[in-house]
Design a protein around this ligand. Structure first.
Ligand SMILES: N[C@@H](CCC(=O)N[C@@H](CS)C(=O)NCC(=O)O)C(=O)O
Length: 213
């Protein structure tokens, strides 16, 4: 498989899940500002909407998947024994899909215009308020001492939350959310997550070298 990633973005969630599963997709780095990739060729051929993550499968059709929820869920569903996602058809899965949609729409996509400094003052206040509420909900959920969002098992939802902790770049202060901070520290201690960060840094460095050559 080939996984298209970009530095410090939601593609880290897919890397972490792939690592949890012992998968080693070939990584290709996409520079979201310069628009080049480490393998050359137009990224628009991979995803016309020019965003990561994108996963090219090893099947005959070389199917390409986009959307963080779709890719992380797809990988986890291939390995139900991993416990990274509940099985389809269960209420636990419905709740997981609810949580993943919440993370995508109320967290990840609320950050992006803030990080890119694209908003009016009113827009900044609006999205900041939305993010504070959303992270507050996660913090409250963790208040009973559970290790991860749905209990003691690390799941695709935890990988996604971790990969979109962009509050510093967005200027959103989360210092008061102590349960959330402890939870993120727990996730960051996972070997899968450390490997994702290292692999990403290596790909970014390789891309810079290629551009400089
Ligand atoms: N709907 C997509 C959005 C993915 C997305 O926003 N990707 C960002 C990085 S987290 C990106 O590649 N942005 C590049 C750009 O928009 O220029 C998903 O949920 O995966």
């Amino acid at each position: 498989m080939k996984l298209y990633i970009a530095q410090a973005t939601c593609s880290l969630a897919v890397q972490a899940i792939a690592n949890e599963l012992g998968l080693s997709p070939r990584l290709v780095h996409f520079d979201v500002f310069g628009k080049s990739t480490t393998e050359g060729g137009p990224f628009a051929d991979v995803n016309p909407l020019l965003y990561v993550p994108a996963l090219e499968l090893d099947n005959e059709q070389k199917d390409r998947l986009t959307e963080t929820i779709t890719i992380t869920s797809y990988l986890a569903d291939q390995h139900p024994e991993s416990g990274l996602i509940p099985r389809h058809g269960t209420m636990e899965r419905v709740r997981m899909d609810q949580l993943l949609t919440f993370i995508a729409t109320e967290i990840a996509q609320k950050h992006i215009p803030l990080m890119r400094k694209l908003m009016t003052e009113e827009g900044v206040a609006f999205n900041t308020g939305k993010l504070l509420s959303a992270y507050g909900v996660l913090d409250a959920r963790l208040a009973d001492g559970r290790a991860y969002l749905t209990g003691e098992q690390f799941t695709v939802a935890d990988a996604y939350v971790w990969a979109t902790m962009w509050h510093e770049r967005s200027g959103v202060n989360l210092d008061h959310l102590k349960n959330l901070a402890a939870y993120i520290a727990r996730i960051e201690a996972r070997p899968s997550v450390q490997k994702a960060l290292k692999d990403e840094a290596d790909m970014v460095a390789l891309h810079k070298q290629k551009l400089a050559a």
